[in-house]
Ligand binder design. Structure first.
Ligand SMILES: [Zn+2]
Length: 1041
């Protein structure tokens, strides 16, 4: 967030304050009133006399340090009885003197705090696992025949429960969130900036003030000159209008004479994108009948993964890479009527910090004293599409067309073709992605240090599952790799029925623990010593992490004062912000924010009340999320329970703070240790952008109207992102503001203003252009299925928060049908396609991905087809996934590996496995298969697989119940090769760790749960198979066609 310039001019048609306005961007800080200095002394404190217990972590001997006198030694292995009996150690009221410097509580007004519960310590809540009820709700069979009216045939009857919901399910961690629809802004502010990423960028180059007379400035600084941007023609027109490409002769099987693109303005070379033809499938011409000739093998499948059209990128080489920004169609409709006939989502998916391969890092630019060059009206950042005129003294904004002056320091002469002569030294004028170093006016406070705060459940289940130990070890192993050394800050709180604070100030030799048991009036003891500089307190932090598991090893406490502990963590962090990592094992049972078992009333399912189970019941969580967002705190949730834990409520914290939900149901360290370690380590060590805001600007006539993902909207179009990283993507829907666009090209600019871990304020800017099309066919032909499915999935998941699952699925089906019908109307009659199903090549996988989406965990079946927490966790996760990862989750890879395992070792480096269709027909009982959805592996052993292979892979465990077998490397060559394959698969995307689940053919319910239910092409649990789905859609398309 930044102050954005104060001298922005008003955008004529959009009156309100541009986003840059200090009043908006600074409000979060100001309103929360944090102190910016290092003296974060404003922590809420206990009212005088509140009980406060303290103890050191040392079991013997007084703690070192002046505070020692106030602490009692810890009894190792205390037993923490949830009942009203006080814990074994006694609480020592803090002497007034010790707490007098703590100001009075100021963060929560009583109005925000739910009324105190009647019994101070609460009653133990016996959480019941929510298991699949045995009674099925019968539902009418789903007709495969089209309904009379609109195509909302449910895809499959809801609750046909699959009888395989084993208890040991592991579902990918998740974080789902939904977004809010932006209120319709009446104007579109503009600008934003964001600082960049230290670790990967090439040395920043300070742009020299250009001397007017120096046509050829030698490069200075470390920035390598951009590759001569190939296309001369483009550079010549930096900015402005680019001539439309020649119209290519269609190569389609069917003529495409009407595929005009007069309105599109891609530069020469974009021809290929226009020449693709539509495809067709021969289906029955009579509704209800199946063409006997239709071979399901002929149906299109994305077995090569997400292949993006290259033509667009080639046509617009100055655009940012599609890893940062993908439009659902790269032909922007020129009119409202086209928009209404498009039927699919119109918008973009943005992943502002996507990881770039080596050599493609985003260049960093430092304008130093020149100041960042931006349009004075709309605040667009200078980019490759602006046009320099008037001998180089003016530049025209590509977004709003205003003619701006070129500051003297930035002046360069133009050559004969109108190019700036210093173009090759100006990455901001030649690259679609660039990062600016932001000067002081983009700050409302000194850049914050990276800050990691851990809130850890230490109740009995957290300890017994091994979670506490794995978490402590993993954090310790990552301390050297946390970003931001030597500024990084760290702190810890643990909780069961009480809250435990840890004094880890650097002058101590051992950490000291302070226990607070008054949950109704939370205060923070010693606020200055709970959050410390990691490098200064490193030895104390190490000691704490080493001792945490043993301190609580005998803890019998079954309660969770999660809400009060969360408030305490918030108080400690609120001055600075940062990342709050929550490890939660037990349903919150005490104090504010306590939750109750929900979802055990089967009568609710399938009714209009069901959706309420998927949203938080207690407003406490949303309020806390809003408070966290304001204070630049991003929350990541790690949930581990084997019982219902109300992910719907707890996940809200991640949803509105730009965070993530990781879910490890029935966690046990013997099984899940590696997965948790890997994912936590990535969370801790990946480069992170702090205290960020993001805005997407676009050209006149279009506007983003809703945003979908994990964030909070700070104004109509400003996304507040307390922390962002490469694993987060956001989607937005686009609308036309005018009935007819008058331009030939629409420009988009994503700006992310953030603080880098190294403490620099930066603005990452991605710019892209797309042609305007007056032809509906062109829109379809330039469609991007990956982006469409990303938006679809977010919209559908959001819909499940207000409607039945079935309605969310129907809406997807409905829109697909309408889109294909519209497309059919364009071509079918003219080409006498009769009963054939036709669709544009660009959308050939849309049907299959749409089906997969309807079968994905957040949307599938009825109540029995996924447990409530699984559904919610998967929903939170999918809301944040970048496009490629989402597509892999929806249509995972399935490969056969046994042939490779027995092959001669000399050829063993050949990893070219061909992916198989996701249907049981792909499985040969003599084979060994690996299923990989990016979150987990399933290794399937065919019934007649050679016993030699099984023995080689599993040793003596080969005949054991697979529930108890974990895959590890045995001495054999085959075992080594299989582990090598899995490692290779993991390397393709390290964002999550795929834990292998072994499954034997025919072994239920394990096989059904882990594999069969995920073979999306098959009919499972009452939901259509791929072929049936295609037939259904086809019939509906033909209705009223
Ligand atoms: Zn402008």
């Amino acid at each position: 967030m930044g102050t954005e310039n104060s001298n922005h001019a008003n955008f004529p048609q959009r009156p309100a304050a541009p986003f840059a306005a200090a009043s908006q961007s600074t409000s979060s800080f100001l309103s929360s009133g944090p102190v910016f200095g290092s003296e974060a002394s404003a922590f809420a404190a206990t009212p005088a006399g509140a009980p406060q217990a303290t103890r050191t972590l040392l079991s013997s001997g007084p703690a070192v340090g002046s505070e020692a006198s106030g602490f009692r030694p810890i009894q190792p292995g205390r037993s923490n009885d949830p009942s009203t009996t006080p814990p074994p150690w006694s609480y020592v009221p803090t002497p007034l003197g010790a707490s007098q410097r703590l100001p009075a509580p100021q963060f929560f007004s009583t109005a925000q705090v739910p009324p105190p519960h009647t019994s101070p310590l609460g009653q133990p809540v016996f959480s019941q696992p929510i298991r699949t009820p045995t009674g099925h709700v019968s539902s009418p069979p789903v007709s495969l025949y089209p309904q009379q009216q609109i195509p909302t045939v449910p895809m499959g009857s809801p609750p046909q429960s699959m009888n395989h919901v084993p208890s040991g399910r592991i579902v990918s961690p998740s974080s789902l969130d939904s977004s809010f629809s932006a209120p319709r802004p009446t104007f579109q502010p503009l600008q934003s900036g964001f600082p960049g990423y230290p670790s990967k960028q090439p040395t920043a180059v300070t742009q020299p003030p250009s001397m007017q007379s120096a046509p050829f400035v030698t490069h200075q600084g470390g920035y390598g000159p951009p590759r001569p941007s190939t296309s001369g023609p483009f550079l010549a027109h930096q900015g402005g209008y680019v001539p439309p490409p020649p119209v290519a002769a269609p190569q389609a099987v069917y003529s495409r004479e009407q595929m005009q693109h007069q309105a599109s303005g891609p530069p020469v070379g974009s021809v290929q994108g226009l020449t693709e033809d539509f495809s067709s499938l021969s289906l029955a011409s009579i509704p209800g009948s199946l063409d006997p000739g239709l071979d399901s093998k002929a149906l299109p499948r994305p077995l090569d993964g997400d292949i993006e059209q290259k033509s667009f990128a080639e046509a617009y080489p100055l655009n940012c890479n599609s890893r940062y920004l993908r439009l659902t169609t790269t032909a922007i409709p020129t009119s409202q009527s086209l928009v209404s006939r498009w039927h699919l989502p119109l918008g973009a998916v943005v992943c502002p910090l996507a990881e770039a391969p080596d050599g493609e890092e985003v260049p960093v630019v430092n304008f130093a004293t020149t100041g960042i060059i931006r349009c004075r009206r709309c605040r667009t950042y200078v980019n490759p599409y602006v046009v320099f005129t008037d001998g180089g003294r003016k530049w025209r904004c590509n977004i709003c067309a205003l003619l701006n002056d070129v500051p003297g320091d930035y002046f360069a002469h133009l050559d004969a073709s109108g190019r700036r002569i210093d173009l090759n030294e100006r990455p901001e004028l030649t690259k679609g992605s660039v990062e600016f170093i932001a000067p002081a006016e983009y700050m409302v406070r000194p850049p914050m240090p990276p800050l990691y705060f851990f809130l850890i459940d230490v109740s009995i289940s957290a300890v017994r599952s091994g979670m506490l130990e794995v978490v402590a070890q993993t954090i310790k192993s990552c301390l050297d790799r946390l970003p931001g050394f030597p500024r990084t800050q760290i702190g810890f709180i643990t909780f069961d029925s009480t809250i435990h604070f840890y004094n880890i100030k650097s002058s101590l030799t051992q950490p000291q623990m302070m226990v607070v048991s008054d949950l109704d009036d939370i205060f923070v003891p010693l606020p200055d010593d709970l959050l410390v500089n990691l490098s200064e307190s490193r030895s104390v932090v190490d000691a704490l992490l080493d001792s945490l598991p043993s301190i609580f090893q005998d803890n019998l406490n079954v309660e969770s004062a999660f809400g009060p502990a969360l408030k305490a963590a918030f108080m400690v962090m609120s001055q600075l912000g940062g990342k709050l990592l929550i490890f939660q094992n037990t349903l919150p049972s005490l104090g504010v924010g306590r939750l109750r078992l929900r979802g055990d009333d089967l009568r609710v399912y399938g009714t209009d009340k069901e959706h309420a189970l998927r949203i938080p019941e207690d407003p406490f969580y949303k309020q806390m999320a809003a408070d966290c967002s304001k204070c630049q705190i991003a929350v990541n949730i790690y949930a581990f329970s084997d019982k219902y834990t109300d992910i719907a409520s707890i996940g809200t914290l991640a949803k509105y703070t730009g965070g993530q939900v990781y879910y490890y149901p029935s966690f046990h360290s013997t099984i899940h240790q590696e997965k948790l370690s890997h994912e936590l380590a990535r969370d801790l060590t990946r480069e992170t952008a702090w205290e960020a805001v993001m805005r997407i600007r676009c050209g006149k006539g279009v506007r983003f109207t809703s945003y979908h993902g994990n964030f909070m909207l700070r104004s109509t179009d400003l996304l507040a992102l307390p922390a962002v990283d490469c694993d987060k993507a956001y989607a937005a829907q686009l609308s036309l503001e005018e009935t007819l666009l008058t331009t030939q090209t629409v420009y988009f600019q994503v700006a992310l203003l953030y603080t880098s871990s190294s403490g620099e304020r930066r603005i990452r800017v991605h710019t892209a252009a797309a042609p305007v099309a007056a032809d509906l066919g062109e829109m379809y032909h330039q469609a991007d299925t990956g982006a469409i499915i990303s938006l679809f999935s977010r919209l559908a998941i959001e819909k499940t928060l207000s409607y039945k699952l079935e309605e969310a699925r129907s809406s997807i089906q409905h829109r697909i049908v309408k889109a294909l019908r519209e497309y059919r109307n364009l071509y079918a009659v003219q080409h006498r396609l009769g009963g054939r199903m036709i669709y544009p090549e660009s959308l050939k996988f849309l049907l299959l991905y749409g089906l997969s989406l309807c079968k994905s965990v957040p949307l599938r079946g009825g109540y029995a087809d996924a447990q409530l927490d699984d559904r919610c966790a998967a929903g939170y996760t999918m809301m944040a996934l970048p496009v490629k990862r989402l597509l892999k989750l929806l249509y995972p890879s399935l490969v056969r590996v046994d042939e490779y395992l027995v092959k001669d070792i000399s050829q063993s480096h050949d990893f070219n496995f061909s992916r198989l269709p996701l249907t049981a027909e792909s499985l040969d009982s003599r084979g060994l298969y690996v299923y990989d959805d990016g979150f987990r592996f399933v290794v399937w052993f065919g019934r007649t697989l050679s016993p030699e292979i099984a023995v080689n892979l599993l040793g003596k465990d080969f005949a054991t119940d697979f529930l108890r077998v974990t895959l590890s490397e045995h001495g054999s060559e085959m075992s080594r090769k299989l582990m090598g394959i899995l490692k290779k698969f993991r390397e393709t995307d390290p964002s999550y760790y795929q834990l292998p689940h072994l499954v034997r053919q025919g072994e239920q319910p394990r096989e059904g749960f882990f594999l069969l239910a995920n073979l999306v092409e098959d009919q499972v649990g009452g939901m259509s198979g791929y072929l049936d789905w295609v037939m259904q859609i086809h019939r509906q398309v033909q209705q009223n066609a």
